[in-house]
Ligand binder design. Structure first.
Ligand code: GBH
Length: 521
């Protein structure tokens, strides 16, 4: 009797153990690249050195310190212009497959017109790329992360269709000069954000308050610019450089506020993600039909003679369609959504008839807009896969903000839950995610929040003129994930995650085999 009982306990114990492994231990697929990201204005500093021209963020922060937390700016930032070798050393310690950074347009083309090219600016990026390659890290270059030469802004910036030509001239120079050593290019980072907050609402550079007309115009020109750059790469450079190029779209997650409110979830997607994604990734191209209908109806109600949503000619629809080798996804958080009468909509979603809110139980970060909702990440990946025939998705940004210190347990917890959600989207839902990127390598200039909000895996002391860098717990944790390519439950034991990755002994190898068998069945 006693031995039967014992056997029973042993059997159920084994089950529990197996079950824990099956649920809490996931392998990172071998072909999923892991990286970290930054952007030029947020880290470089050296705003007027070595021939760099003034850009819209220089102008905006210098003339409106009152609109930036603490009156901060990116004049020095992390001083990465001078400390890039140290940054690459940190990346090397992390063990990342790639580093996503952006190019400061006005560092290369000070006025925006390509009659003058600044060699010293080009050299900075050539040195950075060489340093990365020497350490076996792939450079992933973003051409436009929100900062263009101020002179082009005087000419109308993204509200002037000439921007399509100006940015194409710049892109061609980058492909020619840097392209031979770069395998991954992103054209434009998060059009919604700089069009919405920079041209519509005046919260970010260039600080224009043009409302919906400005936002729609900006997005329209961005789509044309992106497609033109893609075709330039395709026709003039791809054959020799053999790289990949795509656009980066911020897709906020959406969960139904009331059960079964799936219409609100889809509407939110069509007015958010799909505004840029549909013209590029859908079979038909052009803006989503529902968006065309709603904006036309609402423009009429507001007394405009025509829809505020500009129209593409059939030629442009064809030209834009299919212009991305991957779906660059920036994702941080989610909202609860519901359908409401038109007057209650918010921001540029006003025309969508969708209202956003948050569940007060979702854990907070240091950014009011960023709540921890990993299930929303899995849902948005699924939605993109379903809408656009399962394209390769590169998660180009994902991360968490806090206000302090190197013992960043909440960042680890966030990253753990989000990576897990992504792996479930891969394993359970069959989504085609091929890259994952943490925002950010370093604490940096968080736009209008200045330096008050930190996203880094590495702590930067902004009161020290040397901008000393100190790895946080999360850097060690991520390093361990990259080295072992296993996401497990060591999250629960702070000592486990703090340990530097050890040489794997036989017991670890045996355990790994067991995991492989468990997950493959
Ligand atoms: C990214 O943008 C940027 O690419 C990067 O430069 C930045 O540092 C990083 O995220 C962290 O912010 O009122 O809830 O609708 C994400 C920018 C900021 C866009 C919040 C949407 C909106 C808020 N997102 N914003 S909400």
């Amino acid at each position: 009797m006693a031995s039967y009982l014992f056997l029973g306990v042993a059997v159920s114990f084994t089950f529990i153990v197996t079950d824990v492994f099956a649920n809490d231990t996931l392998l990172i697929p071998e072909d999923l690249l892991l990286g970290a990201a930054t952007a030029s204005y947020q880290i470089e500093g050296a705003w007027n050195e070595d021939g760099k021209g003034e850009n819209i963020w220089d102008r905006w922060t210098h003339s409106n310190p009152n609109l930036i937390n603490n009156g901060s700016n990116g004049d020095v930032a992390c001083d990465s212009y001078h400390k890039y070798k140290e940054d690459v050393q940190l990346l090397n310690e992390l063990g990342v497959n790639f580093y996503r950074f952006s190019i400061s347009w006005s560092r290369i083309i000070p006025s925006g017109y390509t009659n003058v090219i600044n060699e010293k600016g080009l050299n900075y990026y050539k040195n950075l790329i060489n340093e990365l390659l020497a350490k076996g890290i792939e450079p992933f270059v973003t051409l436009y992360h929100w900062s263009h030469p101020q002179f082009l802004e005087e000419m109308g910036g993204w509200t002037n269709e000439m921007m399509v030509e100006w940015i194409s001239d710049y892109a061609r120079i980058i492909f020619k000069e840097l392209g031979p050593k770069v395998k991954y290019f992103a054209t434009i980072n998060e059009p919604h954000v700089f069009c919405g907050e920079g041209y519509g609402m005046g919260l970010k550079a260039p600080g224009k308050k043009l409302g919906s007309p400005g936002i729609f115009e900006c997005m329209h020109n961005v789509l044309k610019a992106h497609a033109t750059i893609y075709h330039i790469y395709n026709e003039e450079f791809r054959e020799h450089q053999k790289g990949k190029i795509g656009i980066i779209i911020p897709c906020t997650g959406a969960l139904p506020k009331n059960p079964n409110e799936t219409e609100a979830v889809d509407m939110h997607f069509q007015f958010n993600c799909a505004w840029i994604a549909h013209p590029i990734f859908s079979k038909t191209g052009d803006y989503p039909t529902i968006m065309k209908i709603h904006v036309a109806e609402n423009s009429k109600l507001d007394g405009f003679p025509r829809s505020l949503l500009p129209e593409f000619t059939p030629e442009w629809v064809q030209y834009i369609k299919g212009t991305s080798d991957f779906f660059g996804l920036n994702h941080y958080s989610s909202k609860l959504v519901e359908i409401v009468p038109r007057a209650e909509g918010q921001k540029w979603y006003a025309y969508s008839g969708v209202k956003e809110s948050v569940d007060p139980s979702w854990p907070k970060s240091a950014s009011p807009w960023l709540r921890v909702v990993p299930s929303g990440f899995r849902e948005i990946i699924k939605k993109i896969a379903r809408e656009y025939n399962n394209p390769p998705i590169y998660v180009t940004e994902n991360g968490f903000s806090d206000k302090c210190c190197t013992s960043d347990y909440s960042r680890i917890s966030y990253l753990h839950s989000y990576i897990k959600a992504m792996l479930l989207a891969i394993y359970e839902d069959g989504c085609n995610v091929k890259a994952y990127t943490v925002w950010s390598l370093l604490d940096n200039f968080e736009w209008e929040s200045g330096y008050s909000v930190r996203f880094g895996l590495v702590y930067v002391n902004f009161t020290d003129s040397n901008r000393t860098r100190t790895p946080k717990w999360s850097m060690n944790w991520y390093k361990n994930i990259i080295a072992t390519r296993i996401l497990n439950s060591t999250l629960d034991s702070p000592t486990g995650m703090l340990e530097a990755p050890k040489k794997r002994g036989t017991s670890e190898r045996r355990r790994e085999r067991r995991i492989r068998t468990t997950t493959s069945t």
